[in-house]
Ligand binder design. Structure first.
Ligand SMILES: Nc1ncnc2c1ncn2[C@@H]1O[C@H](COP(=O)(O)OP(=O)(O)O)[C@@H](O)[C@H]1O
Ligand SMILES: [Mg+2]
Length: 237
């Protein structure tokens, strides 16, 4: 059990049906995610990256195939059980930061901790520690609108870390940021991975992919390549 991959997909497919149209978005995907990895998931728009990320993060279920978490098959779990798994194992960051404007930065980060039964004081203390970790220890009492886009995304990352997730999933995390600001996020991911956080990042940004240790390339719903450190290829060098 202990040496089982954190996440294992075997022959996973995803089919969306709209009216008479059956659209096979993922085809025969078999991959493993191990603890401590830093994986970039790249591919053209519409290739199935977000769909695969959602399946890996138990936000969606495969149409067929197997999903194993720490060696245990979870394909048949209910919505409640999936939510429980997400809460316990995963954190998510998206292109839009989705912070709540009425709450301070620290309160935004503390919100997910409510589900873990921590008291208000404990939640805010932990939120402050997480904000310090992402370089925003001075901004705990500010409101999201007072921060730059890059800082808001760092708040969202701190919030995603609130429940000590085994995997941090990010879908186009630099998509709304200029390239200089995107660099802040890339450095932060490197730091978090060095500290032991497992990362799976969907990205169009070659610079994000360059810093990952492993790069998965999707093409038309299939896994085209699965490579360690293919820097030269990504930069076109
Ligand atoms: N809920 C859905 N219903 C129908 N089609 C969908 C749905 N979600 C995604 N798709 C289709 O699946 C394909 C892959 O989508 P997506 O995983 O979002 O790709 P990517 O993130 O690589 O751009 C797209 O053609 C998209 O239109
Ligand atoms: Mg997408």
């Amino acid at each position: 059990m202990s040496d089982a991959p954190l996440i294992q997909l075997d022959d996973v497919t995803k089919v969306f049906v709209t009216g008479a149209i059956r659209y096979e978005v993922l085809k025969d995907i078999s991959i493993e995610v191990r603890r401590g990895e830093y994986i970039a998931l790249i591919g053209a728009s519409g290739s199935g990256k977000s769909t695969l990320l959602n399946i890996l993060g138990c936000l969606d279920v495969p149409t067929s195939g197997h999903y194993r978490l720490e060696g245990e098959e979870i394909s048949a779990k209910s919505d409640t059980e999936m939510a429980h798994i997400r809460n316990r194992f995963f954190g998510f960051v998206f292109q839009s930061f989705n912070l709540l404007g009425r709450y301070t930065v620290a309160e935004n980060v503390a919100l997910p901790m409510v589900y873990h039964g921590l008291g208000r004081r404990e939640r805010l203390d932990k939120a402050k520690a997480l904000l310090t970790r992402v370089g925003l220890g001075e901004f705990t009492g500010h409101y999201p609108s007072e921060l730059s886009g890059g800082m808001q995304q760092r708040v969202a990352i701190a919030r995603a870390l609130a429940n000590n997730p085994a995997v941090l999933f990010a879908d186009e995390p630099t998509g709304n940021l200029d390239s200089k600001t995107g660099t802040e996020i890339i450095s932060l991911f490197e730091q978090l991975n060095a500290e032991g956080t497992t990362l799976v990042v969907v990205t169009h940004d070659a610079r994000v992919a360059q810093h990952a240790r492993r790069v998965l390339t999707l093409a038309d719903g299939r896994m085209l390549t699965d490579k360690q450190n293919s820097i030269a290829e990504l930069t076109g060098a």
